[in-house]
Design a protein around this ligand. Sequence first.
Ligand code: KG4
Ligand code: ZN
Length: 377
Amino acid sequence: MSNKIILSIETSCDDTAISILSCKESKLNILTSKVSSQIKLHAKWGGVVPNLAAREHLKNFPKLIKLALDEAKVSIDQIDFIAVTSGPGLIPALLVGVNYAKTLSYLWEKPLIGIHHIEGHIYANFVDENSKFKIQNSTQIQRKKCKIMFPILALVVSGGHTQLVLMKNHLQYEIVGQTLDDAVGEAFDKVARILGIGYPGGPAVALRASQVKSQKSKAIQDTKYNIKFPRPMLHKKNFNFSFSGLKTAVLYETKKHPELLKNKEYIAEICHEFQQACVEVLIAKTLKAAEQFNPKTILLAGGVSANTELRKQLGEAIQKSIPNTSYKIPDTSLTGDNATMIGAAAAFRWEKMTAKQKKEALLGWKMLQANANLKMN
Ligand code: KG4
Ligand code: ZN
């Protein structure tokens, strides 16, 4: 890849994110990565309120852009192009980021390219792990340095998506399996809401689930409440998922025992069994798809890829059944929404663009549109 500096923006949901990446000798290094989280603002509503998110993005931008340029020690002249998430996502939120990027592109006379949010999550895996910027946030699970080789099978798990994506080469995506209803992150969020344990649900459920594990390892043979949830779609031949029934099973369980909802042990056991059901289904479908498509690399992407049990158990399953397949997980600092992943995907897109397309990107400020239902192609 040619050397370049990319400024990227992501506002598809409730995080305002700006990043500046340098691509030097084919390595992507983070010069700065700013994420302004709105969790506190939306927590009281139990989920993201699109118009509130948009208003916050607008408030955050001037400060964040200045901070990012200062921290990266990059002048506007040095930036080669701008990249922004153009979809999918919440339209009020997307519009703010896209219009901000268009304004910068016009004022600074820089090319502008739109990036698909999920493409970004996948390309978070291509950011150089030795990048100085993220050392303080290193991953919890030690792993061998992994070379990413095609074909890739990407398990994308986020709040809006659950997909198995086959990539025969860079920027080529074939969705071979996906959820028929709720995304897995959405199911975590809804279960957390049913249990009244906070927002966002993923980390809240994972934390309680880990409490059961530590009790179990203290030689208790079985869990006290012996809760069992289904493993949806496990025996279906296709690679699709379904998580809404699992969420409903949690709801029914709590309706059976409303008196236990204040009992921490009971809540922890529900979280543990729910998380384990999700992890087992995700692993089984990924291995089944790997059997058919023979990928050289399996990679994990999206907000739920922060889940320690999923990271660990998927790695162990690959090691056991297909040890010649590489396994790549994103740095934990890049699992949730961030702009670095958008810049990373943009670096590869830029490389594939013709001189004419690069010139046309100078008119990105006029042409680019936010699209809440953008398809990946
Ligand atoms: O990718 P992301 O930040 O936003 C979307 O593109 O949707 O994913 C957010 C989702 C939320 O549903 C959140 O609860 C979930 O990722 N999540 C987790 C964990 N951390 C975040 N789910 C399970 N375990 C986690 N540790
Ligand atoms: Zn995301």
